[in-house]
Design a binder for this molecule. Structure first.
Ligand SMILES: Cc1ncc(C[n+]2csc(CCOP(=O)(O)OP(=O)(O)O)c2C)c(N)n1
Ligand SMILES: [Mg+2]
Length: 329
């Protein structure tokens, strides 16, 4: 495995502090709906930190976490969410369409299931270019009942395309809350199409990293696609229409301080992947409490600078309205 537990936790903390800043900025600037990746950090960091240059990524309405996990500049990402000229897409993509091709992001789309179809097109191109790269589709459990999911999974299997299908399942086990799938076992669909599948605890970055490593080795060898189901606990604030800190601002000390962990958010504290990971690494002697606090402080400083960059960035000029929006003839 490439990344150390310390690096992975640092990235997870950056993702968390980024999303908390999105809540702060959404309130301050009266932004519309935001879909945050709070609770998904272990899966995003452990998976996307393993990708190589040239790999392609297709993501969803919960894109922020994926982008920070992959190493996108948080200042440019916040500026994009605020619609500023200094944003990743010059302020024209916003939260739902921001992308960064320099790190392999081909598209972000809130069209549920869209990333699955696009990734298969990307995988087809990569196979024919023989680059050894993979296409990664990120999607939720709700995407499996879309027609495009069946067609795209089928083509990927038939043509042995280099695609990693990574499903972030935040519905309760055995009870597909967001999907309308006749089978409650999500992997039944790819299994029927002869795609190898693994289920993993999506709140455990080590387990995810191992599963992704195995899956990527299979895909990079040219053995065809792989389907990974990361089982997540849905964050209670996952539908952010009213911008609020549903489970409070994360206090990493809740990982070891019972007084901080026994409040109205106690149930969330038990499953929060950041607190879980911090607890595990401290128990194993890999990190101390001070190490965790220091990593968190570093993340907070990076995100405070990102905020300053984003808020100082101007809005796009009217004459820029048509640039970057269409492919030149
Ligand atoms: C094709 C399509 N149908 C419906 C919607 C409305 N919609 C937005 S998010 C969502 C649920 C998605 O669930 P899931 O993919 O599991 O992601 P989660 O929000 O649970 O992370 C739906 C139905 C949409 N964006 N696109
Ligand atoms: Mg879901």
């Amino acid at each position: 495995m490439g990344q150390s537990p310390r690096d992975t936790l640092a990235r997870m903390l950056l993702m968390r502090r980024f999303e908390e800043m999105v809540i702060t900025l959404a309130r301050a600037h009266k932004l519309g709906r935001q879909h945050l990746a709070i609770g998904n950090e272990a899966t995003g960091a452990a998976a996307l930190m393993q990708l190589a240059p040239g790999d392609l990524i297709y993501t969803t309405h919960r894109n922020h976490g994926h982008m920070i996990a992959r190493g996108v500049d948080p200042g440019k990402a916040l500026a994009e969410i605020l619609g500023r000229a200094g944003g990743l897409c010059g302020g024209k993509g916003g939260t739902w369409h921001m992308t960064d091709p320099s790190l392999g992001f081909q598209s972000t789309s809130a069209m549920v299931g869209g990333s699955i179809g696009l990734s298969v097109g990307g995988g087809f191109a990569l196979k024919h270019k023989k680059t050894g790269n993979v296409a990664v589709a990120l999607f939720g459990d709700g995407a499996l009942d879309e027609g495009i999911a069946y067609e795209a999974l089928n083509i990927a299997s038939l043509y042995a395309l280099p695609v990693l299908f990574l499903c972030e399942n935040n519905s309760k086990e055995g009870e597909a809350q967001t999907s309308r799938l006749a089978t409650k076992e999500l992997v039944a669909v790819p299994k029927a199409l002869k795609i190898p599948c693994t289920r993993v605890d999506g709140g455990d970055p080590e387990a995810v990293a191992l599963a992704v490593e195995t899956a990527l080795a299979h895909v990079r060898l040219g053995a065809g696609p792989y389907f990974l189901e990361a089982q997540l606990v849905r964050w209670p604030g996952s539908h952010q229409i009213v911008h609020e800190f549903t489970t409070g601002v994360t206090d990493v000390a809740a990982a070891w301080d019972d007084a901080k962990a026994s409040n109205e958010h106690a149930a969330w504290h038990r499953t929060d992947p950041i607190l879980r990971t911090a607890r595990t690494l401290i128990a194993r002697g890999i990190l101390t409490r001070d190490d965790v606090t220091a990593l968190d402080n570093e993340a907070a400083v990076i995100i405070a600078k990102a905020r300053a960059f984003a808020e100082a960035s101007p809005y796009p000029k009217p004459e820029a309205a048509l640039t970057g929006a269409f492919v030149p003839a």
